[in-house]
Ligand binder design. Structure first.
Ligand SMILES: [Zn+2]
Length: 257
């Protein structure tokens, strides 16, 4: 079983959708686990950041439920199974006094806070879901989003516990589009890494774009339109048309025999 750890509901298709399709099309069992798309615990903190994001997403307070449905549709397109952990996105997580832990745009791309429960180790329900996995895919955490940082840490801890499982760190798209962002992240990642470009077929790329199109609530955040999404995805994953399509993963050699 291949397990793809996806901090938010769209990360797996955005970064690794073509590879997931290739695996399932050739008969592999792929489980996507979306980790931080649980319902926020009331009372939801009243921060300008949450108000701004809810306005932009335009789906009211049921944002997490909407995104889980989009995620299920995308997983169907890719032929993968999907499961969810019941953890809210970082913007909804609070300290022991009920104050938002990450209340600004800068904070969600800053350090993962020690008082944040997700920094305290791998959740038990995640370990229950992924026993028997042969390959674990975790974000490289390009862009430094705190949720991606936490899931990257889990990937390393889980793989150390699952005997013989391989750890792959995928480049987080679209954060990886920013010049220098991947190199900056590699420089702060412990352990030996080697790049494994994952070659994709035309059908894999088609499935990836069809999966991304399932996230209607997110399209406007990243792209002007669906056509714009397809053009930018195609350009990025073919390096401007200079190479066959591929997604980029780093094998973490500490976990490869
Ligand atoms: Zn994300």
């Amino acid at each position: 079983m291949h397990v793809v750890l996806s901090p938010h509901s769209d990360d797996a298709p955005l970064s690794l959708g073509g590879w997931i399709h290739q695996l399932t099309a050739s008969g592999h069992d792929v489980l996507i686990v979306t980790t931080m798309c649980g319902d926020p615990r009331p009372p939801i903190p009243d921060t300008p950041l949450i108000r701004e994001l809810h306005t932009r997403w335009n789906v009211g307070d049921a944002v997490s439920a909407v995104r889980r449905r989009e995620d299920q549709a995308a997983a169907r397109v890719l032929g993968a199974r999907i499961a969810f952990l019941d953890l809210p996105d970082c913007i909804y997580r609070v300290d022991s006094d009920g104050a938002a832990l990450y209340d600004t745009g800068e904070a969600i791309f800053g350090p993962l806070k020690a008082e944040d429960a997700v920094s305290g180790g791998v959740p038990a329900d995640l370990l229950d879901l992924i026993g028997g996995a042969t390959d674990i895919y975790a974000p490289l955490a390009v862009g430094n989003h705190v949720d991606h940082q936490a899931v990257k840490q889990w990937g390393m801890s889980i793989t150390a516990k699952l005997h013989g499982a391989r750890l792959w760190l995928y480049e987080d798209y679209p954060y990886s589009e920013t010049a220098g962002a991947v190199d900056a992240t590699l420089a702060v990642t412990t352990g030996a890494l080697s790049l494994l470009p994952l070659q994709l077929s035309t059908q894999d790329m088609r499935a990836k774009m069809d999966a991304i199109a399932c996230y209607a609530s997110q399209i406007s955040t990243f792209w002007v339109s669906l056509d714009d999404m397809e053009a930018r995805i195609t350009a990025y994953f073919t390096q401007g048309g200079t190479r066959p399509p591929h997604e980029r993963c780093w094998a973490h050699e500490g976990f490869w025999g």
